[in-house]
Ligand binder design. Structure first.
Ligand SMILES: [Zn+2]
Ligand SMILES: [Zn+2]
Ligand SMILES: [Zn+2]
Length: 112
């Protein structure tokens, strides 16, 4: 999955028109950059900021919630990975995470 490099500012080569217009593309660019909030931090995606179409968004997701900042999503993925048990790959609870990166099951096996 590649991040979109971001929406160019109005007036840039691939950016929307500077003045209000009725182009569909311009409209969508403005919408993503200024109105739709990132699912993870709630802030608008912004201009020239890398973003992804939210992999968890579905057709049922309101259109203003279908994008996430690349930075936010990458952070979230990293956090998720750091919660995987080194033994079995299961996502651990906060408490399990405290014990050297293995889940209760794997920790128990190691002791035996
Ligand atoms: Zn336009
Ligand atoms: Zn964000
Ligand atoms: Zn485990």
């Amino acid at each position: 999955m590649a991040a979109d490099p971001g929406i160019q500012k109005p007036g840039r080569k691939f950016g929307p028109c500077v003045k209000p217009c009725s182009h569909k593309d311009c409209d969508e660019s403005r919408f993503i950059a200024t109105e739709c909030g990132c699912r993870l931090c709630g802030k608008p995606i912004g201009w020239e900021t890398r973003f992804y179409v939210d992999p968890q968004a579905s057709q049922a997701t309101p259109t203003d919630k279908r994008w996430v900042h690349a930075d936010c999503l990458e952070d979230a993925v990293e956090q998720e990975q750091s919660r995987e048990c080194h033994g079995c790959g299961r996502i651990m609870s906060e408490r399990e995470k405290q014990q050297q990166g293995v889940c209760n099951d794997c920790a128990g096996q190691a002791v035996r």
